[in-house]
Design a binder for this molecule. Structure first.
Ligand code: G4P
Length: 536
């Protein structure tokens, strides 16, 4: 099969939601439809209840290397669907943002009772930045929630995206009858507790069909007609192009736990969601159908099981065809490397693959050669752009408590920060080491892993920092004020970029005013520094 055909068969996406909205449940139901799993309850939740670190560790241990639920590939209606899982806990949001760089579209799950929540907003911001096509699934219609119109309003206002309902619910909670498909004039009758894979759908002539009254009751049918009339006047008609441009999000209603509305969602998803598209690299846009293979690492996962120390780099194929045991060019290291055991992730199993195509995510066993953002090519020297590094907002100074284990500590810090668990900032190289994270739970995870994987004992002392900002300047004179008066807050990151960690927003503002020639950046791309080094 030609590469174009392979690309057209693939859909790579992520499900995003605020914790508890129903992401895990929906994932499981999608797998049920695809036949990838046979029973409900097979997909383990990766959420951390009540934020206990021990829970996180326990979950990670149970899941082994965690890969089986990090990427789930399954077949449906002739398509190969790659679903990238994202951590549920907000302290691991950075990991989620990075994963989002490797997808082509997203499904956003919203709890009909709670509406738009904090994490929903943050995740959607990232999707909006990249103009991803979004499909919204409003979940838990079997509970008394907010009015559907109110929910749509909230989504439009708070998430800055236009919506277009494709289905419409009749009733909710105990009065929930099912959903009407506006474009197909079908009614999907709600049955609770469904684990079967068929939905009971009746087709009507159109909304005026008197059979609707018989099927759902006269009053409900009249209310439905009013609602649809209102919707048609408020919302623009659904246009595929507007969805693909990320301008309009089609909306579905359902109940994941009852396996209701999920088939409709999945069928529409495979019909309208985009296939792998071009990606931005330092050499310009790279088309997926380009003959030469390329792609990038967006996530690195280490094994928590001390008997298996290997790490897995999650690699998104962006162009051409990847082949096992063929030499590829590791652009940052300038080395050619081959991969004898590339893995893919069909549902619960991990298996060795011979080849992979754009949109696929493969796991490359990594002995420490990869960092997030690394690019592999067939010899060309470009890097993929857009894997973000966020400004950490919590900081700790690392103090070695076992002088005989300083090498282990060093190695551990290097590896864990390569994985993107935290960022490392150095002052007077070797003297002061500061770890910066986006969520504080990461400190506990790092401490645990330093001890259990590297045998390094250390103390973390919190330091006062507002956030870390990268300082760009042309001439040392541009930052004279900073180096004279704020030297105690200046650090270098692992790639020798200057970083300023002010104690407060006010001090950051002051520094900006006093050093007007310098640039203060809150977000960096993983490859920014590599590019600069190349340029200089
Ligand atoms: P998450 O991955 O987004 O964090 O959410 P998850 O799927 O784990 O779902 C969170 C809770 O919401 C679960 O209940 C789940 O059963 C429930 N849920 C999911 N979809 C629906 C739905 O359509 N209707 C209703 N009423 N509930 C739904 P839990 O009590 O936290 O866990 P469990 O004991 O049921 O597994």
């Amino acid at each position: 099969m030609g590469i174009k055909k392979e690309i057209e068969k693939r859909k790579t996406f992520a499900i995003i939601s605020h914790p508890d909205a129903g992401k895990t449940t929906l994932t499981e139901k999608l797998l049920l439809y695809s036949g990838a799993i046979q029973i409900a309850g097979a997909v383990k939740s990766n959420k951390i209840k009540k934020t206990a670190t021990s829970d996180f560790m326990e979950i990670e241990r149970q899941r082994g290397i965690s890969v089986s639920t990090s990427v789930l590939s399954f077949n449906y209606k002739g398509y190969i669907i790659n679903l990238l899982d994202t951590p549920g806990h907000k302290d691991f949001a950075e990991d989620t943002y990075r994963t989002l760089t490797a997808v082509d579209s997203v499904i956003l799950v919203i709890d009909s009772v709670k509406g738009v929540e904090e994490q929903t907003r943050k995740l959607m911001e990232v999707c909006r930045m990249r103009n991803y096509p979004v499909i919204v699934f409003i979940n838990k219609l079997d509970r008394e929630g907010k009015e559907p119109i109110e929910l749509l309003d909230e989504i439009e206002k708070e998430l800055n995206i236009k919506v277009r309902p494709l289905t419409w619910p009749v009733g909710m909670g105990s009065r929930f009858k099912g959903v009407y498909n506006i474009y197909k004039s079908t009614f999907n009758f709600f049955k609770s507790g469904k684990t079967v894979v068929e939905e009971e759908v009746t087709t009507f002539k159109d909304l005026s069909d008197p059979d609707i009254d018989k099927a759902i009751g006269h009053n409900e049918a009249m209310a439905l007609r009013d609602d649809i009339e209102l919707i048609d006047t408020i919302y623009e008609n659904f246009k595929l192009e507007s969805y693909l441009n990320g301008d309009i999000a089609p909306v579905f209603f359902g109940s994941a736990v009852n396996n209701f509305g999920v088939k409709e969602l999945l069928d529409t998803f495979v019909e309208i969601a985009p296939c792998p598209g071009p990606r931005e690299a330092t050499c310009g846009l790279v088309e997926p159908s380009t003959e030469k293979f390329s792609g990038f690492v967006f996530k690195i996962h280490a094994n928590i099981d001390p008997r298996h120390r290997d790490r897995i780099a999650f690699f998104r194929v962006c162009s051409g065809k990847f082949e096992r045991n063929k030499f590829y060019h590791h652009v940052r290291l300038g080395r050619d490397i081959k991969f004898p055991n590339p893995a893919n992730f069909m549902a619960q199993d991990k298996s060795i693959i011979e080849e992979a195509f754009p949109g696929d995510v493969i796991g490359l066993y990594d002995s420490g050669i990869f960092k997030i953002g690394d690019t592999l090519t067939e010899g060309e020297a470009f890097m993929y752009k857009g894997v973000p590094r966020f400004s950490p907002e919590h900081f700790c100074e690392v103090q070695n408590t076992d002088p005989f284990k300083s090498k282990q500590l060093e190695k551990g810090l290097m590896q864990l920060t390569d994985e993107g668990l935290a960022q490392l900032f150095l002052q007077n190289p070797g003297n002061r080491r500061i770890l910066g994270v986006v969520g504080t739970l990461q400190f506990d995870v790092i401490k645990y892993r330093l001890l259990h994987e590297f045998g390094a004992n250390c103390k973390f002392s919190p330091i006062n920092g507002y956030k870390a900002v990268w300082v760009k300047f042309k001439n040392p004179k541009d930052i004279e004020d900073l180096t004279t008066y704020r030297y105690h807050s200046l650090f270098y990151d692992k790639n020798n970029n200057l970083v300023f960690i002010p104690e407060s927003k006010f001090i950051l503002q002051l520094a900006k005013e006093k050093n007007p020639q310098a640039e203060f950046l809150e977000n960096m791309e993983h490859n920014d520094e590599t590019l600069e080094l190349e340029a200089s």
